[in-house]
Design a protein around this ligand. Structure first.
Ligand SMILES: [Zn+2]
Length: 308
């Protein structure tokens, strides 16, 4: 898997319950220890653009964080993730050595080193989960972060709540030398991508691929195989990249889901990846797994390679 795929490299070593996470978090939040900070949907970064990093020096005293959690250790030292209100991102605009950026821009523009994207995704997903799970889903009482933020506990009914990751299947569907791509209204102009959808409770990844493609494009899919995965911190998904063989060709679009969808010849995909398609059509950027799935199909890494 190429290093340009966003959020897949993480320098942190995760610390489990056996490592006394409360003690590690207390250590990680002492002045002088590096921290990862999220304000609303944005990450706070240090640097002037040339050597920007997601690891902030401790003791910045931006404000009192809304949540603080243990992310893991870096070279043996514990690292905390801090969550601030979204307004903090606006206020630090005046700070000379700091900036606030959304995680998508950070990955697309390569603002921080690739091996820091994973810890940003981890911090954003975990902190967003804490922010959205302040009450017990079982009894409705307020919950509190426990074990360094690895979970939340309910003091009323003793239920332990663990952070969740939402699985999404994303698939390159091929038939011979063509593959199926679609676009949603919200995509940038000319951009086509792989179809994708959340996996339902009790559903296999393979069946989720077949169901999504049938629902959105009316295409029946046979054999499905796994290619690669990518954390997707919007807010806490895991994209499970698959290859699937189409059994039928006639497209029937679900217009509520897709603005357009059609078959693309391999030559068109090459032109789109290289930004030289005659109609200006493009693929998602290299940091996105859809881009990787298209390249893997062209090279024969995912399913049989289309004939040149
Ligand atoms: Zn409860």
């Amino acid at each position: 898997v190429p290093s340009e795929l966003g959020y897949i490299q993480n320098r942190l070593v995760r610390a489990g319950i056996e490592h006394d996470p409360d003690r590690l978090l207390a250590e990680a939040t002492r002045p002088g220890m590096p921290v990862v900070a999220i304000a609303g949907e944005q990450a706070i970064l240090k640097g002037d653009g040339r050597a920007t990093t997601a690891l902030l020096p401790g003791g910045l005293e931006l404000e009192t964080p809304r949540e603080q959690v243990l992310l893991g250790t870096l070279d043996g030292r514990p690292v905390a993730g801090l969550l601030y209100e979204a307004a903090v991102a606006d206020r630090i605009a005046d700070a000379p050595a700091l900036s606030a950026q959304d995680l998508r821009s950070i990955a697309v523009q390569g603002i921080v080193p690739p091996d820091e994207l994973g810890m940003l995704a981890q911090a954003k997903s975990l902190l967003s989960w804490h922010a959205r799970h302040r009450f017990c889903a079982n009894c409705g009482s307020p919950t509190a972060a426990a074990t360094g933020g690895l979970r939340r506990d309910c003091p009323s009914c003793s239920t332990q709540h663990f952070p969740r990751t939402d699985p999404v299947s994303i698939m390159l569907i091929a038939r011979g030398d063509k593959c199926l791509l679609g676009r949603q209204k919200r995509f940038v102009a000319g951009s086509y991508s792989c179809l994708a959808g959340f996996i339902s409770p009790g559903e296999t990844i393979e069946d989720a691929v077949r169901r999504e493609v049938l629902e959105e494009a009316g295409i029946r899919v046979g054999r499905v195989s796994y290619v690669a995965s990518q954390p997707w911190p919007f807010p806490s998904s895991i994209m499970i990249g698959c290859y699937g063989e189409a059994l039928t060709e006639e497209i029937v679009l679900d217009r509520d889901e897709l603005e357009d969808g059609r078959w693309f010849h391999r030559e068109e995909i090459v032109a789109m990846l290289e930004r030289r398609h005659p109609d200006g059509l493009i693929t998602p950027p290299p940091m996105a797994i859809a881009n990787h799935l298209m390249r893997a199909w062209l090279s024969g890494e995912a399913g049989p390679a289309p004939k040149a």
